[in-house]
Design a protein around this ligand. Structure first.
Ligand SMILES: Cc1cc2nc3c(=O)[nH]c(=O)nc-3n(C[C@H](O)[C@H](O)[C@H](O)COP(=O)(O)OP(=O)(O)OC[C@H]3O[C@@H](n4cnc5c(N)ncnc54)[C@H](O)[C@@H]3O)c2cc1C
Length: 383
């Protein structure tokens, strides 16, 4: 009998499993495919506070993410790297220099004035070194620091750590259904064969599949209404070398990042409501055109040789409002607030996944047995 069974081998599932194993719980992870095969290999790969969330007043999210960034820089120095981020300002840039200065100052404050929170303007004499950035009517270039990772490798590193701490991890293992028995769940999952296990608690960390998984669990907990919002990235040949550029799409003013990526350049992302089947998600030609247009607009001297594109899906609370404006807060929905045996994770960030997993464990602490171990994960390296 497991204490905890986690469904989904994305960044949320693996973090829950790692923390549970660090406390000595008997924990199992089921992933229907391979680790990080879902959203957790399709993100913008930024470990960041999310400067743009300041615009929508999501201060606590930014503060939490900046704290998590510090932790990840410490735990995974080979996987999470601090990078210079450049914000160029032109006459048409919607976020004016005064606003950027206020935003970066708030970012530094929310980051606790750590050394990585410093920012400045780049002197004009250095603008020509900025990877061919458009110089015409360029008026300012701001420089601040945030971090970049390889999301898939980071997720794999966390699961490897969880396994070292004693977690059972199964890939190509799909949850089929779960039904309630006295004091436990009976869980059926499928590999090449069908298997049954028992667990006191289920954590549903199935990302965009969260409601599909919930519908397979015999519980009357209601679904949270969600929208799937697709985000595409493109990869073009040739690497930008100076850092990451935070630019505004000339079409609609949305923030778009241009980043170095394994010897080439990655540009993203988009926000397109998605209503199809998750298995069929793919980059749309209109998204690829939008991103390449944005890149060429700011880097007119760089050749644009398209190499690849990929798309992932965000889980956002269902709403009529523009996805760009919506809250990125994570929702933890349990079957019973006082005696939870099923917890569903909705939304979230790669950056904050460890903090989210801690919040999950906190919600479950009174139904779990007394921990038999107390390993300080901030001292456990991820590689
Ligand atoms: C375009 C885009 C850009 C983003 N950029 C950033 C960023 O730069 N920084 C940041 O911090 N965050 C970013 N995010 C957010 C971040 O990527 C996600 O919050 C995170 O990856 C979600 O992880 P997850 O574990 O919840 O879901 P997923 O990674 O999707 O994992 C869920 C897993 O559940 C499995 N599963 C589903 N059904 C079953 C079943 N029946 N049985 C077993 N397993 C099942 C799936 O196969 C999948 O692997 C971005 C998101 C998107 C879409």
């Amino acid at each position: 009998m497991y204490d905890l069974l986690v469904i989904g081998g994305g960044i949320h599932g693996v973090n829950v499993v790692e923390i549970a194993a660090s406390k000595g719980y008997k924990v199992m992870l089921l992933e229907q495919n391979t680790i990080a095969s879902g959203t957790s290999s399709k993100s913008s790969k930024l470990i960041h506070g999310g400067l743009r969330y300041l615009e929508t007043g999501q201060l606590s999210l930014v503060r939490e993410c900046l704290k998590e960034r510090l932790l990840l820089l410490k735990r995974a120095p080979d996987l999470v790297k601090l990078r210079p981020f450049f914000i160029p300002i032109f006459p048409e840039t919607r976020r004016r220099p005064g606003m950027i200065r206020i935003g970066l100052s708030m970012y530094a404050v929310l980051g606790g004035f750590c050394k990585d929170g410093r920012f400045c303007t780049v002197s004009k004499s250095k603008w020509l070194t900025l990877d061919g950035l458009k110089q015409d009517k360029l008026s300012h270039v701001f420089l601040y620091y945030d971090a970049q990772t390889d999301d898939k490798k980071l997720t794999q590193a966390v699961v490897a750590s969880a396994q070292k701490l004693g977690a059972d991890v199964l890939t190509n293992a799909e949850l089929i259904n779960a039904s309630s028995r006295t004091n436990a769940w009976e869980i059926t999952y499928k590999t090449e064969q069908t298997h049954i296990v028992h667990s006191k608690i289920i954590v549903n960390a199935a990302g965009p599949w969260v409601n599909q998984v919930l519908s397979r669990i015999d519980s009357d907990v209601g679904e949270v209404g969600i929208d799937w919002v697709q985000g595409t990235h493109v990869i073009v040949k040739g690497e930008i070398t100076q850092g990451i550029y935070y630019i505004e799409s000339p079409d609609d003013g949305r923030a778009v990042f241009v980043m170095p990526w394994y010897g080439n350049t990655m540009i993203g992302t988009t926000e397109t409501l998605y209503q199809g089947r998750l298995a069929e998600i793919h980059p749309l030609q209109s998204e690829i055109d939008y991103l390449l247009r944005t890149y060429s607009y700011y880097f007119p001297q760089r050749s644009v040789e398209f190499l690849d594109a990929f798309a992932g899906v965000r889980v956002l609370p269902a709403s009529e409002s523009n996805p760009f404006q919506r809250s990125r807060d994570t929702i933890l929905k349990v079957d019973d607030e006082n005696n939870p045996t099923l917890l569903n994770i909705y939304g979230g960030k790669l950056t904050a996944a460890h903090a989210t997993a801690e919040a999950v464990m906190k919600k479950l602490q009174f139904v779990l047995p007394v921990p038999t171990k107390n390993i300080d994960l901030s001292e456990v390296a991820l590689s």
